[in-house]
Design a protein around this ligand. Structure first.
Ligand code: C2E
Ligand code: MG
Ligand code: MG
Length: 626
């Protein structure tokens, strides 16, 4: 009976595993489910193994049919356990939505195998010490089970690229142990090692891959961000209805800060108390509660009610964390992939209106992300395919009575030949960082235009080029622009760079350094958008600009309101006294042009003279008008 002791050891292993697994909350991932089924089948297999041994030992006391039945059920369970090993591995590479015909045919194969095993005869041997079963049914098992083991191994080789190295190795060890155990038992039928081998194999799987702790966040013990991604992916693949509450915290937690950790744990405990939801800790200190029910309305109602409770509790208990905000997603299917869902959450977590502490994310939130992502692709393509065009809007000098300058304005020529306006792509370029490349491309093209088109002979003294805040904050800007001017061989005083005041400017010193470097070369600066919310007189005092450009809105106000007129007149006088020049933008009518002239502004830019023009039209314009 010594062999049964080995089997018993295996059984104890499996039972311990079941105990561990039952003690942990499960996130409900498909791989987890298959693993659990695996453990159950493996435990059943080893139990049946022991029972069949007991039956064989006692074959003189119990009917032969019972002994045979117990041997056959053991053999079938052995086949089934190898089938589960295959299933577990196969599911790692297969997506749930994919065609499952292959899965069904494998299931049919194992069922047919089981039927054959059940129908074939089996014999057993016991001599008082050694015992085993043999005969056609055993042989069938020795064909079917290794076939699944080999198929499992083959997956790790043929589809290895889709599995991470850790998973691949764990599965290979698992199968190797099963093969060694089976080989020993095949050669020495009395050494019943298969059950024990399987138990060790499944233990390796547990410790390496399926330990429930891997799904947890270390600090809080709720599910981790990575688990969140896996879970949401599964929700989409299974087309499940879910709603979500996302709690966003901006406060920084420092490692080792016990007080903060306690607060985090309190929050986790509180958020975990909503029975029907799953709690995840996302990046930083954000938490997500996912409500997952069959009926869409039910999880919406429940999550909406809970949202109110949660907001109240956060207000009452964690006042030290005053910046908690809530994102509410009534229908998780506003997005269609995990990546999209995470992108919507991350982009919206910082976009609350002043005073608001919660936002509901609907379909339009995702639509915006899609548009944003689509625009990033379009800008990149336009950069790569040289579809960034520069239009020039002439600037008229009242003193010289001709056009002495022009503003370079970016356009994207779309693939179907349409012209896309900067209002659409500049904000995306600024947010995504593409503005650096884009601005540089516009600058290069403008320099080339100065060089190649003989603008000086046509009366143009300099061209204006826009700079975004992000560009000004790049310490390499001045060097880069200097290199470009050198390479194209233009003198820097042909260029006037337009900057704007912005609340998003973080590195004023870098901006000033860039400005000084470029001014030392000979470039000049204009202050754009003056008179809009962002720009004020203080800025003119601080910044070494030569020209102030009045925004179109200020020009319009001047003609619309008496009070604005007073302010504009005073501003013009002050700027004049500072020795700066002025441009009025957005002048569209003769009356406006006359009014601006009378005001004493130096330059006029507006549709009254010309819209921004493509390079060749701009050149023709100058030939005719200058
Ligand atoms: P901006 O720098 O203030 O440029 C002036 C804008 O006012 C231009 O719009 C121009 O077409 C428009 N405009 C000029 N006169 C009139 C007028 O009489 N009536 C009306 N309704 N509009 C007039 P555009 O070309 O659409 O450019 C919009 C903004 O996009 C620019 O405002 C600038 O902030 C930005 N932008 C354009 N190109 C670039 C670029 O290469 N780099 C950066 N960073 N920003 C750019
Ligand atoms: Mg401008
Ligand atoms: Mg402007």
């Amino acid at each position: 009976m010594s062999t049964i002791q080995v089997q018993l050891c295996g059984l104890v292993f499996d039972l311990l595993l079941i105990d561990f697994i039952l003690k942990h909350e499960s996130v409900g991932l498909f791989s987890e489910k298959i693993f659990k089924q695996c453990v159950v089948v493996y435990t059943a297999c080893i139990t049946l193994d022991i029972l069949s041994c007991i039956a064989i030992v006692n074959s003189d006391k119990i009917p032969a049919s019972v002994v045979i039945a117990s041997c056959k059920t053991y053999l079938i369970s052995l086949e089934l356990s190898t089938y589960y090993a295959f299933l577990y591995t196969y599911h790692d590479i297969k997506h749930l939505r994919e065609d499952s015909n292959f899965g069904y045919s494998i299931l049919i194969t194992v069922l047919v195998g089981a039927l054959i095993t059940a129908l074939l005869p089996v014999s057993y041997y016991y001599d008082g010490t050694e015992l085993y079963s043999y005969g056609p049914a055993t042989k069938a098992t020795y064909i079917i089970a290794p076939a699944f083991i080999i198929a499992t191994l083959l997956i790790t080789f043929l589809q290895g690229k889709q599995m991470n190295a850790h998973r691949k190795n764990a599965v290979r060890y698992w199968m190797l142990i099963e093969i060694v155990a089976a080989a020993i038992q095949f050669i020495f039928p009395g050494v019943l090692l298969v059950g024990f081998g399987s138990a060790i194999g499944i233990y390796i799987l547990y410790s390496q891959l399926e330990n429930p702790d891997i799904y947890l966040d270390r600090t809080t013990g709720c599910f981790s961000m990575e688990t969140f991604s896996l879970y949401i992916r599964q929700e989409y693949e299974l087309v499940k209805n879910f709603s979500a509450i996302i709690v966003c915290n901006d406060r920084e937690w420092k490692m080792g800060d016990e007080g903060t950790k306690r607060t985090l744990l309190e929050m986790t405990n509180f958020l975990n108390s909503f029975g029907d939801s799953k709690l995840f800790r996302l990046s930083g200190n954000d938490f997500a509660l996912i409500y997952d029910k069959k009926e869409k309305d039910m999880n919406e109602i429940e999550s909406a009610v809970n949202l109110d409770v949660i907001r109240e509790r956060f207000k009452d208990s964690w006042t030290n964390i005053n910046n908690t905000k809530f994102l509410y997603v009534p229908d998780g299917h506003i997005a269609s992939t995990t990546e999209e869902f995470v992108a919507v959450y991350q982009r919206n977590r910082d976009k609350f209106e002043i005073g608001a502490d919660s936002r509901t994310l609907e379909f339009d939130s995702v639509e915006r992300i899609r548009e944003y992502n689509g625009m990033i692709i379009e800008i990149n393509d336009a950069l790569n395919q040289d579809r960034i065009e520069v239009y020039y809007q002439p600037i008229y000098s009242i003193a010289a009575d001709k056009f002495v300058s022009a503003e370079a304005l970016a356009r994207i020529k779309t693939k179907d030949g349409q012209i896309m306006m900067p209002g659409k792509f500049i904000p995306v370029a600024e947010e995504s960082g593409l503005i650096e490349q884009l601005g540089q491309r516009v600058f290069e093209k403008t320099c080339k235009c100065i060089k190649e088109c003989g603008l000086k002979e046509k009366g143009i003294e300099y061209l204006e080029v826009n700079l975004s805040v992000a560009q000004c904050e790049n310490p390499m800007l001045s060097t880069k622009y200097q290199d470009i001017m050198k390479e194209i061989e233009i003198t820097p005083d042909d260029i006037n760079l337009e900057i704007t005041e912005s609340s998003t400017l973080n590195q004023r010193n870098v901006l000033l350094k860039n400005m000084n470097d470029l001014m030392n070369l000979g470039c000049n600066f204009s202050l754009d958008d003056f008179g809009t919310g962002e720009s004020n007189l203080n800025y003119i005092v601080d910044m070494p600009v030569k020209i102030v450009k009045f925004d179109r809105s200020m020009v319009l106000d001047y003609f619309r309101s008496e009070r604005a007129k007073v302010v504009m007149k005073a501003t013009v006088n002050m700027i004049k006294e500072l020795g700066l020049k002025m441009v009025a933008e957005g002048v569209e009518t003769e009356e406006q042009m006359q009014g601006i002239k009378d005001l004493g502004i130096d330059y006029i830019q507006g549709f009254y003279y010309s819209k921004p023009l493509p390079q060749d039209e701009f050149l023709r314009f100058l030939e005719v008008r200058n």
